[in-house]
Write a protein that binds this ligand. Structure first.
Ligand code: ADP
Ligand code: MG
Length: 245
């Protein structure tokens, strides 16, 4: 059967000065799959996500999104960014805006929705992530877990094709983690394409269709969750996973 790839990444490279952080990455992401990227700190996971979202410019290679090269100078980056959500470890909310306003702003400015329509959708998304009672709260009044819920609602309010999550629970107090993972699990079941960087190995094993192990800027191994977690072939993968036993 022909694979339906939302992303096809070919020979992707990214350097910061002399330091080559991504070295010839080839990767295919199927529409609707949950892909998890694991690997040690500094292996290039965040840089890869940032290149996929055009927050960083790749140095070489191609990223095809539905067959179109997003690195082409003529590619519509603004439209693409609206379709590809990103959830960060540090939430990246607008601290001067309340939860509702955080979820409205890109809908009106980028998607050109009317304020009333944007607000209605924002409220529905905030409700969905359990933030209905806090729509008027500013980020400073919210816990880390609540801020991350707002960040997820903000992303969902854009009706994304794909969401990239970069260690969404790493900055949270332990008691806040499961609530966020539950929300992500629900999203995974909606058929949304998700690319996730996490150190929550039990969770990754549970929800991932596809697991990628990165080591020093290369994909050292990839496969199904079952294959990577139960019978990793590469000694580097084995060594990395040992730390989580
Ligand atoms: P990970 O997310 O796997 O921990 P990163 O992608 O954040 O890894 O970083 C990979 C490497 O790239 C690290 O050595 C880091 O210091 C370097 N790096 C990341 N961002 C920058 C930057 N903006 N400028 C210079 N070096 C960077
Ligand atoms: Mg990182």
């Amino acid at each position: 059967m022909e694979k339906d790839n939302i992303l096809t990444i070919q020979h992707l490279k990214k350097s910061f000065g002399q330091h080559e952080v991504l070295k010839d990455i080839d990767l295919q992401v199927q529409r609707g799959e949950v892909m998890t990227i694991i690997g040690s700190s500094g292996s290039g996971k965040s840089t890869l996500l940032r290149c996929l979202n055009l927050l960083d410019d790749a140095t070489a290679g191609e990223i095809l999104y539905n067959g179109q090269n997003i690195l082409d100078p003529n590619f519509n980056r603004i439209q693409y960014r609206a379709k590809v959500g990103m959830v960060f470890q540090q939430f990246n909310l607008f601290n001067n805006l309340n939860a509702l306003e955080n979820c409205v702003v890109a809908q009106t400015t980028v998607l050109k929705k009317s304020p009333a329509e944007a607000e209605k959708n924002a409220l529905a998304q905030l409700e969905k992530v359990g933030m209905g009672p806090y729509v008027k709260a500013k980020p400073a009044q919210l816990s880390g877990g609540q801020k991350q819920r707002v960040a997820i609602a903000r992303t969902l309010a854009m009706s994304p094709d794909m969401i990239l999550f970069d260690e969404p629970t790493s900055a949270l107090d332990p008691e806040m983690v499961d609530g966020i993972l539950d929300i992500m699990k629900d999203l995974a079941h909606t058929g949304l394409t998700m690319i996730l960087v996490t150190h929550e190995m039990g969770f990754a094993r549970d929800i991932s269709d596809h697991v990628v192990f990165m080591d020093q800027g290369v994909i050292a191994e990839q496969g199904s969750a079952e294959q990577i977690f139960s019978s990793p072939k590469n000694p580097r993968t084995q060594e990395f996973l040992q730390r989580y036993l």
